[in-house]
Design a protein around this ligand. Structure first.
Ligand SMILES: Nc1nc2c(ncn2[C@@H]2O[C@H](COP(=O)(O)OP(=O)(O)OP(=O)(O)O)[C@@H](O)[C@H]2O)c(=O)[nH]1
Ligand SMILES: [Mg+2]
Length: 305
């Protein structure tokens, strides 16, 4: 059985009564009935009073029932399922929303797949399979190490939000709705399936410019949308380390310094997040996925403190 959130009941009740014709009828019934009590007025007035009160009573009862909150869906039942961003409001407990943003081919869906260990048969076309076209949320249960006195397993329910990197309206929406925002950048658009005979370590300057434009858009949007309600954390990942660090070359130093310069700019001025962090990352290595998990745990702990 789902739980209901009764804290919203009084508000819903007032709303539900505001639109009821029965309340008006009750009042008119009472007025007519009262008139009937005046000596010399017809006895029919008393009957009208009865009818008016009756209709009013039924409406009041109907209003009280319709204001009962909708049932909540339990997060534990949704683990391993896809949801939409608009369907999360009735989930209990509320999800901790991890938004993954970045330009196309930076590795957002790969990160989501690897972190949530989404089995192949569950991957959906346009979501976690192939090029992302739709904005989706994937529900994941993160096991937390038990605190003293815990009698049951402590799980935090995460909603991973991923979308099409080429559709900026999706990216801005994700950033705006997140608790923990992960911004993924890279040095070129080469992927696993297209690296043969290519210089995988080469830094594509145009791509870095594209990341910069993207970062600007996200920055402006968050500045506008989240100044009253700051995010819990923004975490930057410089992805595809397995490619750009191939030879441990001079160019990887350049890339790292490009990355850190941008993060420092955010650090100095971004008031729309409680904290900022970054890491070098590769979706190909489990060690980095674990580091990403510690970063989420870290932000969660800070949030609970
Ligand atoms: N070498 C390497 N390739 C990666 C890494 N992460 C992702 N890729 C590859 O980069 C390509 C694009 O990855 P996706 O995860 O589909 O990129 P995306 O950001 O979801 O892109 P859109 O859905 O278009 O927004 C794929 O070929 C991935 O295999 C990584 O850490 N290292
Ligand atoms: Mg994708």
């Amino acid at each position: 059985m789902g739980k209901k959130d009764w804290s919203k009941y009084p508000g819903r009740l007032v709303k539900s009564y505001a639109g009821l014709p029965g309340v008006g009828l009750t009042i008119s019934g009472f007025l007519l009935g009262a008139a009937a009590l005046i000596p010399g007025v017809n006895i029919a007035g008393s009957i009208i009073l009865g009818i008016g009160a009756g209709i009013g009573g039924v409406s009041i009862l109907g209003g009280a029932i319709s204001a009962i909150p909708q049932e909540f869906r339990e997060a534990v039942q949704l683990v391993g399922k896809y949801e939409t961003l608009d369907s999360l409001a009735d989930i209990d407990p509320p999800l901790y929303k991890i938004g993954i943003v970045g330009i196309s081919r930076s590795g957002k869906s790969t990160l989501t797949k690897s972190f949530c260990r989404i089995p192949e048969e569950k991957r959906e076309e346009g979501k976690t399979e192939g090029k992302t076209t739709e904005l989706y949320v994937y529900i994941y249960g993160l096991f937390l190490s038990p605190k003293e006195g815990d009698t049951v397993n402590n799980t935090k329910f995460l909603g991973f939000i991923d979308g099409d990197g080429a559709a900026y309206y999706q990216q801005l929406k994700i950033a705006q709705e997140s608790d923990f925002l992960c911004v993924v950048v890279d040095h070129n658009s080469i992927g696993k399936e297209s690296h043969k005979n290519r210089n995988i370590a080469q830094i594509d300057k145009d791509r870095l410019t594209k990341h910069e434009e993207f970062l600007d858009q996200i920055y402006q949007h968050l500045k506008n949308q989240r100044k009253e309600n700051p995010l819990s954390r923004i975490h930057f990942l410089l992805n595809k380390k397995d490619f750009w660090n191939k030879n441990g070359s001079q160019s990887s130093n350049e890339l790292e310094s490009w990355f850190e310069t941008h993060i420092n700019k955010w650090r100095d001025t971004a008031l729309f997040t409680k904290s900022i962090s970054f890491d070098y990352h590769s979706n190909q290595e489990v060690e980095y996925i674990q580091k990403f998990e510690s970063e989420i745990l870290n932000a969660l702990t800070a949030e609970d403190a």
